[in-house]
Write a protein that binds this ligand. Sequence first.
Ligand SMILES: O=C([C@H](O)CO)[C@H](O)[C@H](O)COP(=O)(O)O
Length: 428
Amino acid sequence: MTRPKLQVALDILELHRAAQIAREAVAGGADWIEVGTPLIKSEGMAAVRELREAFPDHEIVADMKIADTGTMEVEMAARAGASIVCVLADADDTVIAESVRAARLYGVRIMADLINVADPVRRAQELEGLGVDIVNAHVGIDQQMIGKSSVDLLRSIAGEVSIPLAVAGGLDASTAAQAVAAGADIVIVGGWIVKARDVEGSAQKIRAALDDPSLVPPEKKSLDEEIRALLTAVSAPNVTDAMHRKGAMNGLFPLTMGVKAVGPAVTVQTFGGDWAKPVEAIDLCRPGDILVINNDGRTEIAPWGELATHSAKNQGISGVVIDGAVRDVDDIRAMKYPLFARACVPNAGEAKGFGEINAEITCCGQQVRPGDWIIADESGAVVIPKERAYEVARRALEVKKMEDRVREEIERGSTLAQVQELYKWEKR
Ligand SMILES: O=C([C@H](O)CO)[C@H](O)[C@H](O)COP(=O)(O)O
């Protein structure tokens, strides 16, 4: 078996960053360099030209995602220096055939991208018949966020065609290894390498996984475990960025610095500092849940204090968020428990039992339903609708990875405005 190729996908917007990231990826073991679709849309064929000049001996893949005018687009990419040009597998056969003819004239290869194709096996076979050189089992970035797997797509077409198989879509060292075991000849990795702080190190890890797939055991987690692991790795600001700046609760402050809470919500509506329902709710929580309490907008009387916190901690509750006040602040701080509130007061209400557990509530301006996910840290708390929890957690990780790389470039001497080309991208 020939050694699988590692193709790094430069899915960034700024051309001035591309060659450096590619150099680091090549140093880590990348064989092929993909000028990603976002870079092509941002910078056009100048990006292909610059990367060809910087890497005269490497395959340069232009991810044009051609949907029409096959000849024109293959020609422009080939003339700019691409040696492989990507077409959409879903494009009409006329487009594919024209792309293949143009590719033959220019001595380049065609890779067809199976993104969103309804019947991938049938289409892959048709593409082979049309003269396509490589088929790519690709699950797009937005599709990955809802859990679609490019390795599953690859498995479905493996053995059904005799041309080389590429695979792309959210791959890391573990899934890249699975892809090789499933028959991938070319493994395409974007975010996991180019958004990494240490691009070279990340490429090395993928390279090692491709060279010996048995070294990387596949991880098996339940959906809730995955959501928790993802949210534990990111911050509340990462999450609200991933939700287009939505979900943030207003006016909360963390009682203790340096702690964080992640988990599905158990909701409590109470009134006038009545602490019966908040305390009864503790017994209904599972370890890892978060209690979210609304005290009917009142901050001059506390429905929560130290003994409740002690009980919540023993129960393994991940944290408590109160649209209202808390008391016994010194004791709670000594416990280093993640508690977020709007005010501190010394007085509590009576335990009369008014209110409700696990009804839909409003907390600091946000609607919260039982089971919605909460992430709370020193910046504040954010609610994620349960139906979108996995997707948002995945997107938040992408935000974090992108920030990690930008931070690295700032540490090397750039300013934030320079890295992100802010002046160029101001809205007109
Ligand atoms: O083709 C891609 C995507 O559609 C954006 O253009 C990516 O290059 C491909 O998905 C690989 O990137 P990751 O999914 O981030 O590994």
